[in-house]
Design a protein. Sequence first.
Length: 330
Amino acid sequence: MISDTFRNRITGAALAVCALSLAWQSAVADDHVVKVTPLGSHDGEFCSRDRALVFEDPNGTRILYDAGRTVAGPDDPRLGKIDVVLVSHMHGDHVGDQRIREANQGTCASPDTGVSTLPQSNTVDIALKHNATIVTGSEMPAFFAAKLRDAGGDPGKSKLVRFGGEVTVGGVAITTVPAVHSNGVSPSFLTGPLAEYLKAAGVGASVGPPTGYVLKFSNGLVAYLSGDTGITAEQKLVVNDHYGALLTVMNIGDTFTTGPTQAAYVINELVQPSSVIASHANEPATEGGEVKAGTRTALFRDRVTVPVHVPLSGRTMAFDRTAKCVSGCG
C-alpha cells in the first residue's frame, strides 16, 4: 500500500516538474518572438508624428524603421543598441529633418520637434552613433553613403537592396517592395550650389522610387512594412503571394497615403496578414492609451477583419512566427 505521505510527495514532485516544464516552455517561447517597440512623441500614446518602430529579432538584432522626428537623436535612451536602420523614403517626417529633444514635449497633436537635424538627418546621426547599417533601395544608398562619409563614418555601412533582391543583416533577411508615393530629397538636406539651385527652382533631388520592406526574422515571421503608399497590385502579387507576409505595418493617414478605408481594403483583400500594426495616422489617435472615437485609427480598426494593434509609444509588443501577438498588445 502507498502511504498518504508518499502519495503526497509524488504528487508534489509531479506538480513541481510540471511547473518547471511550463516555465521552460514560456522561456523558450519568449526567446522565439519578435519584439516591436514604437518610439513616439508621447509615452503610452499614438500621436500625430509617430512613425518610428524598433524591431528586435529573437537573436538580438535590432532594426529601427523610419526614425522620423520622434526619436530624440542618437542618445535617446529608448533606442538601446541599433544594428540596422531602414528608411522607406526621403521625406522629412521619415528620414528626420527635425526631432524631439525628449519625449512628452508639446502635445500629442502637435509635439515639440524643434531640434533641427539638417543637413545630416536624424537617421544619419543615429546610424553614425550606433555604427548601424543603413539598408535602403532605389538610389538612396549612394545618398546615405555620402552623408556617412562626410560625417567621418564608413560609407560601406550604407547597403543597397533593390526590388526582388535580398540582403541579410544580423540574421534578418531584408528586401524592398514597391510603394506608390514620391521620394524627392529636400534641398535642406543638401549643401553647396546645387542646394541653392534646387531651392530657387522649388524642386527636390530625385533618389528613385520610394519603397516598402519585407523582413524575414530568424523565428520565421515575415513582416511587411508598407512605407508611405497607395494601393498597389504588388501588395497582392508580391507581398502576399510570393513572400506570404503575416504581420503588416500599414500607413493609414489619408491625403498623402492610403486612408483608413483604402488601407483596410489592402489588409482585407490584398495582403491578408494575420495581424496589422496601424501606422502614420497623422492624428492624436489615442488618449490615455485608448483609441479615440471618430479618428482614422478607429475607422481602420473597425473595418479590418484581423487584429489591429495600435502602436503606443514605449509599449513593446511581441509576435510569434504566425504573427500572433503574445504580449504587450492589450
